[in-house]
Structures are given as C-alpha cells and as structure tokens.
Design a protein around this ligand. Structure first.
Ligand SMILES: NC(=O)c1ccc[n+]([C@@H]2O[C@H](COP(=O)([O-])OP(=O)(O)OC[C@H]3O[C@@H](n4cnc5c(N)ncnc54)[C@H](O)[C@@H]3O)[C@@H](O)[C@H]2O)c1
Length: 282
C-alpha cells in the first residue's frame, strides 16, 4: 500500500495522529504536514517522521510542523491556504484532533460549556477542516496518486477520526456522543456531495486506544481492568498503529471505491455489546 502526494495530518502531536503521521511517512508521502494545538508535540512528531525507517531521501521527502486550532476558522483556513500555496496541492487530509469528555454527566445535569467544548473541537473542527480541504481539492487536477492506480485518478481523500461514540450511545458522555454523531453525518454528506469530483471522505471509528491515559486507567484497579477488557473480544486495547493501518487504507488508492464509510476498528467489541441484552437467556 502506498500514499503519495501532499498529506496533512491534524492532531499529529497526539497518540493516534502521531502513529498516522509516521505511517504516512513510511508509505511514501512526498510532503507531510503535521499540525496540532501543541507546537512542541507536533515538532516531536515531525522529527520522528524525518527519521523514519527505512530512511527516506530528504531531497524527495519534506516534513513540516504547524500550530493549529481546529475550532478557529482563521487558523484552519490559514493553514490549508498556506499548505496549498507552499506545496501546490493537498492530496490527503487526516483529522485526529480532539479530546474526550472531561467528566461523566447525564444530559439533564450537563452544562452548556461542557456540551459546547466537545461540539467545537469535533463537529465544528471537522467541518472547518473538511470545508477548507474540499475547496482546495476541488480546484486541483485529478491525478493517479500511485502508478498502480492510474486508471483511478483522484483529486483527494479525507479521513476523519470518529469513535465507537458515533456508532451508538454511552452513559454520561452525551456531549461526546452527539459531537461524534454529527461528525459522522458530515462525513457521509461530504462523501456524496464530492464523489463525482473524485474526492472521497471516510471515517475511522476506534474502540479504546492504548496510550498513556487509557493504559493508566486500565491499571488503576483490577476491577476496572477486568470490566474494560471483559467488553473487548480481543482482550486488549487497540494500538495506535492499528488505527494508522485503517486510516492508511482509506487514504490510499487501495480504497478507491470506498466513500462515506465508517471503518469500525474495535476487534468486534460493538458486536459483542449488541448481544448483551440476550446474555443468559439461552
Ligand atoms: N484514545 C481513544 O481511546 C479514542 C477512541 C476513539 C476515538 N478517539 C478519537 O481519536 C482522535 C484522536 O485521539 P487520541 O487518542 O490520539 O488523543 P490524544 O489526546 O492523544 O491526541 C489528540 C491531539 O489533538 C490535539 N488537539 C486537541 N484540541 C485541538 C485543537 N483545538 N486543535 C488542534 N489540535 C487539537 C491535542 O493537542 C492532541 O495532540 C480523537 O478524535 C478522539 O476522539 C480516541
């Protein structure tokens, strides 16, 4: 699998974004632009990508790091315009920027501020990024992004991180659930609006991803560990590199006829959850 051209990864200072950026570097991106609210974190990611194994020829592989606030229209439009102006086009946008709910609160007790913070970073953030990227992609020539796909020219591919939270509901995090459902609806609409122009828009929906926060939570007590892993058919969390694999597929010509799709990467967890009401009845 190859991903060529100009690739922009947002949230690239975080666990999933960093793994995605590294995967894009190793799959052959010509230009990799990493952006995040935290400039320090995204510069660290850019350094890791420059030093990727096997080594890339620095003459053919450019890596840049930028600060970005996906909630801010001027910040998003400014970055997208700058990337297109500097590198000529944007072939792939992957958005992983965001955060989860800060606490568990039922909707009847939730503050507007808590609701709005998740809406802004996910719903508004994904809208602003997708809109800005679509405007650039729509105006650029369709190309065969890898020689093996020269019968399937594309203007661009967009991949957005949703979550199992876009596929159902969990108690106490209605702000996260609603924001991720909104993002899924935006992905589906953008997908059908732009399909005829050769632009695909898809989503990846992970279950719990391994990383410092989740790993610490998992080890906080044997009960927590048992309950959490008990819900997961594979008995472990998903690794960021496994999410990067799913993103890479949707960003690459290997998925040239996949559009408006949410690729759930949960080891089968949502299937098991949907069977819960029937437990003990047979
Ligand atoms: N970690 C999980 O278990 C999990 C599960 C399902 C879905 N997701 C989703 O995957 C995505 C990435 O999650 P992660 O685990 O990598 O989280 P993370 O916290 O490791 O990384 C998120 C990154 O987004 C950046 N960010 C936050 N707000 C931003 C903003 N306003 N503008 C630009 N950047 C911003 C952060 O600085 C951080 O580097 C999120 O959309 C999250 O909802 C995560």
């Amino acid at each position: 699998m190859e991903v060529k051209g100009v690739v922009l990864v947002t949230g690239a200072g975080g666990g999933i974004g960093r793994a995605v950026a590294q995967r894009m570097a190793s799959l052959g991106a010509d230009v990799l632009v990493c952006a995040d609210l935290s400039l320090d974190a995204v510069e660290e990611t850019a350094t890791l990508c420059r030093n990727i194994h096997p080594p890339r020829d620095p003459g053919c592989f450019k890596v840049a790091a930028h600060q970005l606030d996906v909630r801010d229209e001027a910040s998003v439009d400014g970055l997208i315009t700058q990337v297109a102006k500097t590198h000529g086009r944007i072939d792939v946008l992957v958005n992983t920027a965001g955060f989860g709910a800060a606490n568990q609160t039922p909707i009847r007790d939730m503050s507007l501020a808590d609701w709005r913070s998740l809406d802004e970073v996910h719903n508004i953030g994904c809208f602003l990024l997708t809109r800005a990227a679509l405007r650039i992609m729509d105006g650029q020539d369709a190309v065969a992004s890898v020689p093996t796909a020269n019968d399937r020219p594309t203007r661009g591919a967009i991949v957005i991180l949703t979550s199992l939270a876009s596929e159902g509901a969990f108690l106490g995090v209605g702000n996260y659930i609603a924001a991720k459902h909104a993002v899924k609806g935006m992905v589906q609409t953008a997908a059908i609006e732009n399909a005829a122009r050769g632009i695909r828009v898809n989503a990846v929906a992970p279950s719990y991803v391994s990383g410092p926060m989740m790993d610490q939570f998992l080890e906080s007590s044997p009960e927590v560990k048992k309950a959490l892993l008990g819900d997961l058919p594979m008995g472990r969390l998903v690794k960021p590199s496994e999410i990067a694999d799913a993103v890479a597929f949707l960003a690459s010509p290997a998925s040239s006829y996949v559009n408006g799709h949410t690729l759930v990467v949960d080891g089968g967890a949502s299937l098991a959850l949907s069977n819960t009401p029937f437990e003990g009845r047979s």
